[in-house]
Design a binder for this molecule. Structure first.
Ligand SMILES: C[S@@+](CC[C@H](N)C(=O)[O-])C[C@H]1O[C@@H](n2cnc3c(N)ncnc32)[C@H](O)[C@@H]1O
Length: 371
């Protein structure tokens, strides 16, 4: 998913640093999981991962990419849903599923994507121009597809027809698919006034195959400090917090709504962008006044032997203050820093008054030995 701070492209840099430091796979806490990219690649390297984030869509990604461990067979679902059972007999569906990869997960994805009737519901009326709506986050057709798939996933889970791994694998695929056709410049704080080429494409559902064969990992929809306290002694704490004042809850409210669903509790989107109340999802790391204390607290709460902190050169917390906090938490007062320049993720363009310009930014990785 297009996500501010997504570390997918920086993974080689982070994994190299872990190797250089000689830290071997054991238990890691990916405390600010976001898209779960780091937890997922640690898991693939044999780590047991506990991940956490305040956002529900992140919890969905953590469940799909870090916790799920086997390709589901969907036996109960096939037995319990007659429409699906009929569709699965179709040679067209079977050959499309084969082209996608041939597993039961691919067949279900094909069913959701191409066989389910689009159905005008909450997403259509609130986030597309259907029924006279103003918000242009999705075309009417794609919003109705999201509506139909989200409802189906809710019903399958409510009726006990799919297990939790399957539910989260498919829900993660829906959130990622919706993001690819969202009519935005990358974040959901605003929609584009004209339909962008990506938004005109039809929604696709492409679930990722779970990583198997590693020890059981865990996902947490919770504050990093609370989770650090709960999981106790571990090998590695990976810290990748927000760098600036932008609250993720205000930039990604649409994926958040898709993740939560609207069947048990209907949200009330407000204003031009359709924001929903953020309350408990407000982060202390997004304020200059609270960020230093937040880092202090996290280091005190964690039982990790090693800590790695990703932070970029334009973050709210100045580099010297960050390293001073790490040094005072470390066993030997030492902090080691790795740096890498990379191309900035841009959701907007340069303009007068912004705090930065240009396309290059330096990502720093700070290391300290905690005990
Ligand atoms: C820079 S992003 C992490 C990106 C992630 N490493 C990735 O590759 O996608 C920061 C994340 O921290 C989360 N966050 C903010 N405050 C938090 C807190 N107090 N506890 C846990 N997560 C928090 C945000 O929701 C956001 O997903």
């Amino acid at each position: 998913m297009r996500y501010i701070g997504n570390k997918t492209r920086l993974l080689p840099f982070i994994l190299d640093a872990i190797d250089t430091l000689g830290i071997s796979p054991a238990v890691a806490h990916d405390a600010f999981a976001g898209t779960a990219s780091v937890g997922r690649s640690l898991k693939a390297r044999g780590w047991r991962v506990a991940s956490s984030d305040l956002m529900t869509y992140s919890y969905v990604f953590q469940r799909a990419y870090v916790v799920a461990g086997r390709i589901p067979a969907f036996r109960k679902l096939r037995a319990g849903d007659a429409t699906l059972r009929r569709a699965l007999r179709s040679p067209t569906l079977r050959s499309r599923a084969e082209e996608r990869g041939g597993t039961a997960l691919h067949a279900i994805a094909e069913f959701l994507e191409a066989w389910l009737e689009p159905d005008c519901g909450f997403m259509s009326s609130e986030f597309s121009p259907a029924a006279g709506g103003r918000r242009m986050f999705f075309t009417e057709d794609n919003a109705a597809r999201i509506d139909a798939i989200r409802r189906k996933l809710f019903e399958w889970r409510r009726d006990g027809l799919i297990d939790e791994d399957s539910y989260f694998l498919l829900l993660a695929a829906l959130i990622e698919g919706a993001d690819r056709v969202a009519n935005t410049a990358g974040v959901y704080a605003a929609y584009m006034k004209q339909w962008q080429p990506n938004a005109r494409r039809q929604l696709e559902i492409s679930p990722e195959m779970p990583i198997s064969g590693t020890p059981k990992s865990s996902a947490h929809l919770a504050d990093a400090v609370a989770v650090a306290r709960d999981i106790g002694r571990i090998e590695l704490l990976y810290v990748d917090p927000p760098y600036n004042a932008r609250q993720y809850s205000g930039y990604y409210h649409v994926p958040e709504i898709i993740a939560r669903g609207w069947f048990e509790q209907r949200p009330t989107p407000q204003g031009v962008a359709g924001l929903v109340g953020i309350g408990r999802q407000k982060s202390a790391w997004c304020s200059r006044n609270t960020v230093a204390l937040a880092l202090d607290e996290l280091l005190a709460a964690s039982g990790a032997r090693h800590v790695l902190v990703s932070y970029n050169s334009e973050g709210l917390l100045p580099g010297d203050e960050l390293t001073a906090i790490l040094a005072s938490a470390s066993v030997n007062g030492e902090v080691r820093t790795f740096g890498q320049e990379y191309k900035r993720y841009r959701a907007d363009s340069d303009r007068d008054g912004r705090r930065y310009s240009g396309d290059r930014v330096k990502e720093m990785l700070h290391y300290a030995r905690l005990r």
